[in-house]
Design a protein around this ligand. Structure first.
Ligand code: FAD
Ligand code: UDP
Length: 404
């Protein structure tokens, strides 16, 4: 891979004339787009990344005790898209891993998504059998029922179950994560973790799931290793990219790189508000702080992730060796604290807060770029969408289908 660390070269200047494509951001959106344009179109691509490393939010590295951790939160790969899986399989082998999550509820570890096994661990045998029969006869085995829908059931026993799950799995966790109740956030958010009418304890039910055998960084090194791709790290696109405004100031008319018009393709995977100097103010995001506990023993948790749904001020803890399969005598556990995103200088925008109002706010930013046919916002930040990794890979592949 051809990579330049801009910080280590004080005389560095970016020469835009050497490229027909500039990709901002080296996460999944940017790296897949860069590779596809170089491989399918023969493009000369500069990938500009402001962090000191590639791989975006999936970046992994060894911590101070040699445990492989994910710097920006635990990332578990899962997809139903065969195209995505076949594509990524060109760049990594997979470790067979099925992610399980247990909710810690008053001293008990209960499987989440809440399922038929969870019910048997929560209620006495007679009541559990009644509830499970009722769930199966009402919805059918294998069904995923969003908690918001379960709460709409009139049948008294189902209603009681729905209230229990709402109170003990969703309410406090959602308040910690979003500073909102489950009713106040978009229903699609809690529907990511439905009540499962099944005995499958896995967190995801997708056809393909696992972890990159040698980690995400290695996957990205393979992805970006192609003739025509140059990667620049520690380089902020805002230091070289600006825009020519229309007379009425309502949209941008041209992309400027170091003050000169750039007529090539720009794929931008950062946040639009950030790129415009927050022209209309900060878009609403949630941020996360990760705090680590280091242990001198092999394993401390019963599974990869424990969700704290009725206690603690952090949302979840993840023990990385479960995810990576690393065989080591010590272990590291990350605690996640969610907070409002208010200071771009010190915080990372992790989760767009999706709502009709925020979409309209985002659309104001999107409209600034509407007259630039060569500017393509792509990715979780640039599109202000709660996308998983595989959805981003698919979007990048489909965008390049259009461009090639
Ligand atoms: P990113 O990975 O954020 O990449 C964008 C890149 O652009 C960043 O590296 C950033 O530094 C760079 N950039 C921004 N602005 C500039 C600029 N001005 N100049 C230069 N570079 C810039 N998905 C799953 O499928 N499974 C999971 O288990 C999972 N877990 C997650 C856990 C957490 C805590 C979070 C927050 C997300 C999780 N996701 C998960 C979602 C996943 O992180 C995203 O889908 C994916 O990272 C999106 O890729 P991206 O390229 O759009 O964005
Ligand atoms: N959620 C919850 N309790 C749980 C798990 C999830 O309330 O034990 C809700 C919460 O609102 C969360 C959303 O469901 O933000 C989506 O959960 P997911 O695990 O998909 O979140 P992510 O991994 O993207 O942070």
């Amino acid at each position: 891979m051809n990579i330049t660390d801009v910080k280590s070269d004080p005389s560095f200047t970016f020469d835009a004339t050497a490229y027909d494509t500039i990709v901002v951001g080296a996460g999944f959106a940017g790296a897949v787009a860069a590779r596809e344009l170089a491989e399918r179109k023969g493009s000369r691509v500069a990938v500009i990344e402001r962090r000191p490393h590639i791989a975006g939010n999936t970046y992994d590295h060894l911590d101070k005790q040699g445990v492989l951790i994910h710097e920006y939160g635990p990332h578990i790969y899962h997809t139903v898209h065969e195209r995505v899986h076949n594509y990524l399989s060109r760049f990594t082998e997979w470790r067979d891993y099925r992610h399980e999550v247990l909710a810690f509820i008053r001293g008990e570890y209960i499987p989440v998504p809440f399922n038929l096994n969870s019910i048997e661990m929560t209620y006495d045998a007679e009541k559990a059998a009644k509830l499970n029969d009722l769930l199966v006869s009402t919805f059918g085995i294998g069904t995923k029922v969003p908690i918001i829908d379960l709460r709409k059931q009139d049948e008294p026993l189902l209603k009681e179950l729905a209230e229990y799950v709402y109170e003990n799995v969703f309410l406090y966790y959602t308040q910690k994560q979003w500073d909102l109740t489950p009713e106040q956030i978009d229903p699609a958010v809690t529907a990511r973790v439905p009540v499962l009418v099944d005995r499958d304890n896995r967190y995801f039910t997708d056809t393909f799931q696992g972890m990159p055998q040698d980690g995400y960084l290695s996957l990205f090194e393979n992805l970006l290793d192609f003739p025509g791709i140059d990667v620049f790290v520690n380089l902020d696109a805002r230091s070289l990219m600006s825009f020519e405004q229309s007379g009425d100031g309502e949209s941008y008319q041209a992309i400027l790189i170091n003050g000169r018009r750039f007529e090539g393709t720009v794929i931008y995977t950062g946040a639009l508000d950030d790129l415009t100097g927050e022209a209309f103010g900060l878009l609403p995001y949630r941020s996360i702080d990760f705090e680590y506990d280091y242990y001198d023993t092999k394993r401390v948790q019963p599974c990869g992730t424990v969700n704290f749904t009725v206690s603690e001020d952090y949302t979840r803890t993840t023990e990385y060796t479960w995810l990576t399969g690393q065989d080591i005598e010590v272990t590291t556990v990350a605690r996640e604290y969610s907070s409002a995103f208010t200071d771009p200088a010190t915080q990372t925008p992790y989760y767009p807060i999706f709502s009709g109002e925020n979409q309209a706010y985002y659309d104001r930013y999107r409209d600034l770029f509407k007259d630039l046919p060569n500017f393509h916002p792509l990715g979780r930040l640039a599109e202000y969408r709660y996308y998983n990794m595989d959805q981003i890979v698919l979007r990048a592949l489909e965008l390049i289908d259009e461009l090639v």
